[in-house]
Write a protein that binds this ligand. Structure first.
Ligand SMILES: C[S@@+](CC[C@H](N)C(=O)[O-])C[C@H]1O[C@@H](n2cnc3c(N)ncnc32)[C@H](O)[C@@H]1O
Length: 231
């Protein structure tokens, strides 16, 4: 869908059905018919490209506010500006906020952000005094957005396009992996770090990671994040 409709698309579950909606023009409607067969099209009011911005508001995560470029931070607040572009990571997702709460409580040192998306966690960590900070993602749009966001916040951070399941992972005092249940399980044994923050899963899931013991947990809106120390 991203290749066909970079302008925007939406996934929604309706009962037993999975509905894909592409936001596009007449050319896109023809592309959609060619690929998927029968499609239903309807007009949407002009300005839909910008409407998502109304949902992206300043949000507090740990000791920082995360603010989109078209909004202002609350007065006297420590903040970073994040434009997710086409990457995951407005900062508002409960898992990101939980990770940042845990990171805010750590002693600053070097930090590795696995699955950095828009760079929100890496950039917040740099703002909190962590250095050096490395962010990894396999999505080129994420790396592009993360580099642009770092520059917009006055940081030059090391973002690398890497598959965290396969490629070598740098050592760090602290690592953060806000990825998914399966990816946390696959990546944790490959990490060499003093402390590890994981998230990307719902509360009932409690990761058991070989080589680590759980030392803290945060919960928000049904999601969870965990702090692990080496055994
Ligand atoms: C849930 S998003 C988190 C983004 C950001 N850290 C945040 O908290 O907003 C997970 C990110 O992991 C990346 N990712 C998924 N599989 C990966 C892999 N095998 N190696 C590296 N990154 C991966 C995705 O591209 C996505 O940007």
């Amino acid at each position: 869908m991203l290749a066909l409709f970079p302008e925007g698309f939406e996934e929604a579950e309706r009962g037993d059905e999975f509905v894909l909606s592409a936001y596009t023009d007449a050319g896109g409607e023809a592309r959609m018919s060619a690929v998927f067969g029968a499609v239903a099209a309807k007009d949407v009011p002009a300005g839909w490209e910008e409407r998502w911005k109304h949902f992206h508001r300043p949000v507090r995560a740990g000791r920082l506010w995360i603010v989109p470029p078209w909004e202002r931070a609350p007065q006297h607040a420590d903040s970073i500006t994040i434009d997710p572009g086409r990457a995951f990571g407005t900062g508002a997702h409960p898992t990101t906020r939980l990770c940042l709460e845990l990171v805010s409580e750590l002693e600053p040192g070097s930090l590795l952000d696995v699955g950095c998306g828009s760079g929100v966690i890496a950039i917040a960590a740099a703002k909190l005094g962590f250095a050096p900070v490395v962010g990894l993602d396999r999505d080129p749009h994420a790396i592009e957005a993360a580099r642009a966001n770092a520059a917009a916040n006055g940081f030059e951070l090391d973002f690398r396009r890497v598959d965290a399941r396969l490629d070598a992972l740098p050592n760090a005092d602290a690592a953060v992996a806000n990825i998914s249940e399966e990816l946390v399980a696959a990546v944790a044994p490959r990490l060499s770090c003093g402390l590890l923050v994981t998230s990307g899963y719902f509360e009932p899931h409690v990761p058991r990671l070989p080589g680590f013991r759980a030392v803290g947990r945060r919960r928000l809106d049904g999601w969870a994040a965990d702090l692990h120390a080496p055994e």
